[in-house]
Design a protein around this ligand. Sequence first.
Ligand code: 13P
Ligand code: SF4
Length: 334
Amino acid sequence: MTTLEEAITLLPTKGYLNMDIPEGLNLVDEINRMRKEKNAIILAHYYQTGDIQDISDFLGDSLQLARAAGKTDADMIVFCGVHFMAETAKILNPAKKVVLPDLLAGCSLADSCSGERLRDLKKQHPDAIVISYINCDSGVKAESDIIVTSSNAGHIINSLPEEQEIIFAPDRNLGRYINQTAGRSMILWDGACTVHEAFSLERIAQQMLEYPKAKLIAHPEAQKPVLQVADYIGSTANLLNYVVDSDSREFIVATEEGILHEMRKRAPDKTLIPALTMDEKCNCSECHFMKLNTMEKLYLCMKYELPEILMDEEVRLKALRPINKMLELSKAIK
Ligand code: 13P
Ligand code: SF4
C-alpha cells in the first residue's frame, strides 16, 4: 500500500500515473464501479474539466459544494476542486474520508495569506472582526470570525453593523468590490486570483466592439477596470443563472472558462465568448490548479483512496466555527 507521503511525491509524476492504468481501461466505467462499491460521492467545482464535471454526483460553486460536503452520508468524499475546498469538506464532515485527485491543486489566493500573518494584522486592529473569503487554508479560517464565498459575501457583510471595523482577507478585488457596493471601508489583505486578474480590459473592449449586443459578465475576483464595464457581476453560480435566465443571446464571460461547459449545456442556444486575457499567445482563462485534476488522477485517487486530506483536530474545530457562521448567515442564499 502506498503511504500518504509517497503518494504526495509520486502523484504529480507521469510514472505514477501510468503505473496502474492498463491501456484501454474505460475510466468512466471504473470510476462508476468504485463510486458504488466504496459508497463515494464525487463533488466537482464548475472550473473542473468537462469530463470530470459530467461524471460528478454534484456540481457547484464554493458555497454549494461546502453545503453538499457537509450533509453527505457517503463514506468517501472525492473532491474535484482545489485543496482549500477539499479541506473545507473535511472541516465540515470529519468522519468522512476526503480525497483530492491532485494534492498540488492549490490556489494563488490561498497562498497569499497564512494564519500567522493574519494574526499579526489582527494585533494592529484589535477591534476589527476578520471576514475571510473561503479561498484560504484552514490556518487562516481558524483566525477568522466569519467565512464568506462570492455568493454570500455582500449579503453577510451588509448584515453587520455599519460601524463594525472589518479585516477582509485574502482577495483584494472582491474586498474592494464589496467596499464600493456596500459602502464599507474594510481593511483589505493584498491577495488576488491570478486567473481573474489576467483579463485584459483593452482586449475585452475590442470584443465588445465585435459583439455589440453581448453582455459582459464578470466574477468579482476580476480587477476594478473590468468590473466597472461589466453588465453583470456575480459568483460562478450566479453568472450561470444569469446566462440561463437572461433575454440576451450573447455573453462575454470574464471568469474561469470551465463554467462555459455547464453554460453551454444549460443554455445551448446562446453564444458564449470567453473574455480575452493579457496573454496573447494562449487567450486562456484556465486555472492551472483546477486543471491539475484529470480523469486518470480521479481514477487513481478513488482506487487508492489517496491523497487524503488530514487535519489537526484543534485547527479543524477553530476553522469550523466561522464556516458554520457563514452557513447560518446565508441560509437565504441558493
Ligand atoms: P466561486 O465558486 O465562489 O464562484 O469562486 C470562484 C473561484 O475562484 C473558486 O476558486
Ligand atoms: Fe484560486 Fe483563482 Fe484558481 Fe479559483 S480560479 S482556485 S481563486 S487561482
